[in-house]
Structures are given as C-alpha cells and as structure tokens.
Design a binder for this molecule. Structure first.
Ligand code: ZN
Ligand code: ZN
Length: 289
C-alpha cells in the first residue's frame, strides 16, 4: 500500500487516498482520491516508485474506489482527469450519482465520464450495490461494498478487498453507530468477523477525525479515539478479544488543525484496550501487510 494522502481536510496536497496492490505488482486500486499528483511525487521522492509521475498515474493506477462524494475524497481525481488514462471508477449508486450530477457536469468540470451530455468517455463509473461481490479487472482483486453512515443525509461506504483469500478493509468517513443511530458498522463487523478470526483480514483502514474532546453533537459523522474503541469493542465481542491483539488498524483522515494529529495519536496509544497495532500512515511511504 502506498498512501498518496492521509489527512481529512485543509491540506490540499495530502488528502485521503491510498494505493493498494498485490505484493510485487504495480496494479493498484486507488482507495479514495483526495490527493493524487502531490502524493505520487512524494512517493517518487521517497523512492517508493522508481518511475515518473505519468507512469504511476496512467499505468500503475488501474481503477478508483470512491467511498463518498465529499471533495476531500474526490478532488485529486477530478483535477487530474485530463492527464489520466481510460479507467474504471467503482462506487455505491448514491456516490455514482454525485460524481455524475455534481462534478462531471460540464459546469464545475468537463464530463470525463462515458455517459450523459458531452461525455468525454475517459471514466466508466460502475455503480455496485452494497454486499454484492464483484471483480476489478487488471488488479486480480475481488471486492465488496458496505454502507456506512456519515451523518443522516450523507451515505458513505467501505470496501472489502479480496486477493486470493487475503483481505483488506478500507472505510470511508463514518460516525459511530450509537451517535449516528445506525447499525451499519455493526453489520460490517458481523460480515468481517470470520476473516478476523481466521487471520485472513490483514488490516483495516478507518478514520479518526477528531480528538476525544470533540463534542458528540459536533462530530459531523466522524470518529474520535474513544468512539473507535467503542466500535472495536463490538468487533471484539464478535471475534473474541484475543483475535484483536496485534491486529493492524491504520488510522486515516485525522483533521490537521493545530495539534490534532498528534493529540489523536497520543490518545490512541494511551488507550488501546484490545492491544491492536495502531498504524499511522505517511504520505508516499509504503506499508506492507
Ligand atoms: Zn473526508
Ligand atoms: Zn466526508
């Protein structure tokens, strides 16, 4: 995995986007696309990639997954579309509609999709219903979407990637079930519990946007360290606490205001009831699971 961007706002050069490929292959699925170009350049600078930015954009990235419609998850994809090659975008139907009706409109941007008025035909946007298992051409990945609640009015989603029986789970922005008055995370935990138990799920990427001091009525569909632990407690109940020990939990989408990223990391390290392995990604620095 190569993070192209890791924050949840403000830093336009470093917003949520994670490239994932099977080891040794340059066949990446791009999980969200807040930042693309600046992340590719950082990865080249770090010698994570030994090629030029055009090759990474046009040839290494085979497809995109867009978790939800917010700008910090799509702006890199939109801005880089003229330089990109023809490829697939995958999203739940709610998000496909946002891409077509709010971004590829010929008004805020040219219609780089292959449908509707003035279609340039670069991107084929595949709407896939939650829970349905599908294949992503050129990557050898199978995938499955799950719905997430990101405030009452905004649907977000998670993707479970399967590469020959090895799994990775990436969540877009989400609130906790109790705060959102939802059961969408509970449903997700039930679905992945067998994969945690048999150790085939290698890592989950999940957001923690705010420190614990953030008031629950001001979370806007996001998690804090305490709320993440509240959710992991439900997963622990399903899989058995011993199965979470050392489990890779990659923390995404920290809001970069002030010292928030450091505070969030400190709060997670200070309170780790299930002894999971918190991972704090860095832009352009490869992670292996
Ligand atoms: Zn976001
Ligand atoms: Zn969002």
């Amino acid at each position: 995995m190569v993070p192209l961007g890791i924050f949840g706002g403000e830093k336009e050069e470093n917003l949520s986007s994670y490239l994932v490929s099977a080891t040794g292959k340059n066949q990446f699925l791009c999980l969200d696309a807040g930042t693309i170009n600046a992340g590719i350049n950082k990865a080249i600078e770090n010698k994570t990639f030994n090629t030029d930015e055009n090759t990474v954009l046009k040839e290494y990235i085979k497809a995109y997954f867009v978790s939800h419609g917010h700008l910090d998850h799509v702006s890199g994809l939109i801005i880089n579309s003229p330089a990109d090659s023809k490829k697939n975008i995958y999203a739940i139907p709610f998000v496909k509609n946002i891409l077509l009706n709010q971004y590829f409109t010929n008004e805020v941007w040219a219609n780089f999709s292959d449908e509707g008025a003035g279609a340039i035909g670069k991107y084929h946007i595949n709407a896939v219903e939650p829970q349905k298992i599908f294949e992503i051409p050129e990557t050898n990945f199978k995938a499955q979407f799950f719905e997430l609640s990101h405030t009452k009015t905004h649907e977000s989603s998670a993707i479970l990637i399967n590469h020959q029986g090895q799994y990775l789970l990436y969540l877009g922005d989400t609130g906790a079930d109790r705060v959102e008055q939802s059961n969408k995370l509970e449903n997700l935990w039930k679905n992945i519990a067998p994969l945690v138990r048999n150790k085939s799920l290698k890592a989950i990427l999940i957001e923690v946007s705010f420190p614990n001091a953030q008031k629950e009525n001001l979370l806007f569909g996001h998690l804090t360290p305490n709320l993440l632990n509240e959710e992991l407690n439900k997963l622990a109940f399903l899989v058995g606490k011993e199965h979470l020990k050392g489990f890779n939990v990659v923390i995404t989408h920290r809001k970069p205001t002030g010292k928030n990223p450091e505070i969030i990391a400190d709060e997670l390290k200070a309170n780790n009831p299930f002894q999971v392995n918190w991972v704090f990604p860095e832009q352009g620095v490869k992670l292996s699971f």
